[in-house]
Design a binder for this molecule. Structure first.
Ligand code: FPP
Length: 247
């Protein structure tokens, strides 16, 4: 794709504040937010992004009131029912990562079915992080590796290969809506060289056009991955290599 952004990850924040500003209960923000999830999945697909990873529920979100947790579970369930056909038609490869063991059995069954049906699709790789935390993911990867390779030294490639969805690779662009500027235990390994974008827009107000604008504008940033710009020092006199002595 011409924009060069292959993997986008999003922290969908601001639902509760959006609802409170409208004098509605926090969960109303999540309900509106789940409609936005559908729009952004479609927008990512339209843009030719290869992977979209969404933070739907963190390990820390378990501390929220049980009614709110229940609403988030049911929105996930409804999303799967509502979007299944579109995901299949668009050849989206769907996975949920995190600890789904505490989800209702019928939701776990729906997830497993959709993962199985879309496993070999080569369209957008859509990942929902649910009951997810990056530290947990990394520990899980290390422990899996150690169990299989006792006594062997772990390499970066080994760790990457044992992450929960290794084929999505490094994140190119991390977006957080809702105005906060932190990464909240999200994909800590994968965002090492990501471009970061913090928008004040609260998630229920986030639109496909803002998403597209962000991808476009970030794709114009120069990414050096710790190296130098190809034009660095272009206008400076070239040093005589022989005259540089490193003690
Ligand atoms: C953060 O808003 C958002 C979440 C904790 C959950 C994100 C969930 C959705 C967007 C809807 C669920 C949809 C699907 C399809 C799973 P917040 O409540 O922390 O907002 P606040 O910072 O304003 O309180």
């Amino acid at each position: 794709m011409s924009h060069g952004i292959k993997h986008v990850a999003i922290i969908m924040d601001g639902n509760g504040r959006w609802a409170n500003q409208r004098l509605r209960p926090r969960v109303w923000g999540h309900v509106r937010g789940s409609a936005v999830v559908s729009d952004i999945v479609q927008a990512a697909d339209d843009l030719g992004v290869e992977a979209l990873t969404l933070y739907a529920f963190s390990t820390e979100n378990w501390s929220r009131p049980s009614e709110e947790v229940g609403v988030l579970f049911s929105l996930l369930h409804k999303f799967l029912l509502r979007e299944r056909r579109r995901l299949l038609a668009n050849k989206v490869s769907f996975r949920v990562i995190g600890n789904v063991s505490r989800l209702p059995q019928e939701t776990k069954t729906l997830i497993a079915k959709l993962e199985e049906e879309t496993r070999d699709f080569n369209g957008l790789k859509l990942t929902f992080c649910f009951s997810y935390g990056a530290r947990m993911e990394m520990l899980h990867a290390v422990n899996k590796f150690i169990a299989k390779n006792p006594g062997k030294e772990l390499t970066e490639a080994d760790l990457e290969g044992h992450l929960m969805r290794p084929e999505t690779g490094n994140v190119d662009l991390l977006i957080r809506t809702g105005g906060e500027q932190r990464v909240s235990n999200f994909l800590l390994w994968q965002i090492a060289y990501a471009e970061l974008c913090f928008t004040p827009t609260k998630w229920p107000d986030f639109t496909a056009s803002e998403f597209k604008r962000i991808v476009e504008s970030v794709s114009k940033r120069e990414r050096r991955f710790g190296g130098l710009s190809p034009t660095a020092d272009k206008n400076l006199p070239r040093p005589e290599v022989q005259s540089i002595h490193v003690q």
